[in-house]
Write a protein that binds this ligand. Structure first.
Ligand code: CP
Length: 315
């Protein structure tokens, strides 16, 4: 693996899941990261990604440097040939090259603006780091994907499933703000690589990027989709069709205890942070069906498996 930008950087998903679960069992430090440094740049807030990736790096023996790039760094210019007479003080060409002098791996979080679909899909921030850095780059959630979260989700389902081919439902849920499609995009991608009966439930107007979901069944009736589900992954996303818009904020799609009764006593997943009683009701989050904390704990092992591959430059 040379970078971890999208799930397509994983050559053999099952092998990586197995490696992560082995790392979880052993919980040993290992030496592969000794004398190496991970640099993490956050253009947006984070709790899990920041701390689990830092923990994973330290378990491998790495040093870690973290920068809130949006607050503490110079405003970056990404345009080639720009006359830099605005508030942007540093070009990505120098920034990425300099970071590569200090870090053996660079990890970047950069959310979309959700205003211009084409611009967001160009993934300028992440791709510019990849282009101008001379060390591997990890995506800590970008405009269109969250591959570390998706690997975690695949690990969690593999670990907790009791059926060979479980029914997994990704259901949209309401949220007061417009959120990116990155988590559901990556989850839809990873589920198509696992042995699962995968269904997406979302209201009309909330279909995800059809390039990603072209082979997935999409149902607009949440109750119908939830029937006999073994796993329910709950997530809000803003409209892809009316790009970046929050079209529906009532709680009719909130995952409640009554809705959960339609499932096969499903395990409930969410990447977190979650808005209680908006996205998922208290009675579900506080029940034994909820595996959200278990899922969050697996973030460390997903990150550890990816970092080890990058350090070893192993496919
Ligand atoms: N799930 C996730 O990425 O959490 P953070 O935004 O807190 O990192």
């Amino acid at each position: 693996m040379n970078n971890y930008i999208t799930l397509s950087d994983i050559e053999n998903l099952q092998e990586l899941i197995d490696e992560a679960l082995q790392l979880k069992k052993k919980n040993t430090a290992g030496e592969v990261g000794k004398g190496k440094t991970l640099g993490m740049l956050f253009f947006n807030p984070s709790l899990r990604t920041r701390l689990s990736t830092e923990k994973a790096a330290k378990l491998l023996g790495m040093e870690v440097m973290v920068m809130n790039a949006d607050k503490d760094g110079w405003a970056l210019e990404f345009e080639d040939g720009a006359v830099m007479d605005s508030n942007k003080a540093e070009h990505i060409k120098e920034a990425a090259a300099v970071l590569s002098q200090y870090c053996d791996i660079i990890a970047v979080r950069a959310f979309p603006d959700l205003k211009d679909k084409e611009k967001d899909e160009a993934e300028v921030v992440l791709k510019s780091f990849q282009k101008y850095a001379s060390v591997p780059v990890i995506n800590l959630e970008s405009a269109t994907g969250h591959p570390l979260q998706a690997l975690t989700d695949a690990i969690t389902i593999s670990e907790l499933k009791t059926e060979k081919r479980p029914k997994v439902v990704l259901t949209w849920a309401p949220h007061p703000k417009a959120l990116p499609q990155s988590v559901p995009n990556s989850f839809a991608e990873v589920m198509q690589k696992l042995d699962a009966d995968f269904v997406i439930a979302n209201p009309e107007g909330y279909n995800l990027n059809p390039v990603i979901t072209k082979d997935v069944e999409v149902i607009h009736d949440q109750d119908e989709a939830l029937k006999d589900a073994d796993f329910v992954y709950v997530k809000n996303w803003s409209s892809y069709e009316q790009y970046g818009k929050a079209l529906k904020t009532d709680t009719s799609w909130t995952l409640t205890g009554d809705k959960l009764k339609k499932t096969n006593n499903a395990k409930v997943m969410h990447c977190l942070p979650v808005r209680r009683n908006m996205v998922i009701a208290d009675e579900v989050l506080d029940s034994e069906n909820s595996v959200v904390i278990h899922q969050a704990s697996n973030r460390t092992f997903a990150a550890q498996a990816v970092l080890r591959r990058l350090l070893e430059r192993k496919k």
